[in-house]
Design a protein around this ligand. Structure first.
Ligand SMILES: Nc1ncnc2c1ncn2[C@@H]1O[C@H](COP(=O)(O)OP(=O)(O)OP(=O)(O)O)[C@@H](O)[C@H]1O
Ligand SMILES: [Mg+2]
Length: 222
């Protein structure tokens, strides 16, 4: 077994028939239990990189190896299963499902993984309490504030105790106290379960707390 949870080599991404590469050959390795921040100007390719690393989109060339599996070699339900088991996503936009309650949204990854409804709801409730949403579990996402939705999205990303969490500005919409609670939750999971984190952020304080800080510029990690 590789000591890296994630490896990527010479990742290049070009959208459609545009003639500029958005990613120009990114190399990146993340060790088990490592916490890495990515900073960089708007448009430098951070979200694009996260999408490729998470198997949400395919690179134009290059490869991503997650937990020893080359994502270029898997697709469909196998890729979906690998993502569900190994990854947690916190997107720049929250992507909660509007027709389900907060509790159901957070429990969803466990239910997809065949956990019993009772256990899934118990664990979701526990995690929602930890992000300060214990009083909002029966609400629909549309009835929450932006920061509350973001915290629910964080809880959903962490519920499976994934090996790696990919987070795109997880604390971007939060006040400093809530942002700190979210960071503490990440840190606890990192220390208890060796969960690795790759976090895109514009927040210098969060980046420095994570430990390793990478800088992205014009499609490359410097
Ligand atoms: N689906 C797409 N089709 C075409 N171009 C795209 C697409 N998605 C992103 N881009 C372009 O790729 C570049 C990088 O975008 P990306 O979203 O990765 O930036 P970012 O670093 O996450 O920026 P921000 O900090 O603003 O979120 C941008 O110039 C953007 O316009
Ligand atoms: Mg982005």
């Amino acid at each position: 077994m590789s000591k890296f949870i994630l490896e990527c080599k010479n990742l290049i991404k070009r959208y459609g028939d545009l003639d500029v590469d958005v990613l120009k050959g990114v190399d990146l390795n993340i060790s088990v239990g490592e916490r890495v921040a990515i900073m960089g100007a708007s448009g430098s390719g951070k979200s694009t990189l996260l999408h490729l690393l998470g198997g949400l989109d395919k690179p134009t060339s290059g490869e991503v190896v997650l937990n020893g599996i080359n994502l270029n070699t898997v697709g469909g339900s196998k890729l979906a299963k690998l993502r569900n088991q190994s990854l947690g996503f916190i997107y720049q936009a929250h992507h909660l499902l509007g027709e389900f309650t907060v509790l159901e949204n957070v429990a969803m990854p466990l239910l997809i993984g065949n956990e019993s409804v009772k256990n899934a709801k118990l664990r979701a409730t526990e995690l929602l309490k930890r992000v300060g949403l214990g009083h909002r579990i029966e609400h629909k996402p549309g009835e929450l504030s932006g920061g509350e939705r973001q915290r629910a999205a964080v809880a959903r990303a962490l519920i499976n105790k994934p090996a790696l969490v990919l987070a795109d500005e997880p604390t971007g919409n939060l006040d400093s106290k809530t942002a700190d609670a979210v960071y503490q939750l990440m840190l606890e999971l990192n220390q208890e379960l060796q969960v690795s984190f790759l976090v895109v952020t514009h927040d210098h304080e969060l980046a420095s707390k994570l430990g390793k800080v990478l800088h992205m510029e014009d499609g490359l990690i410097l």
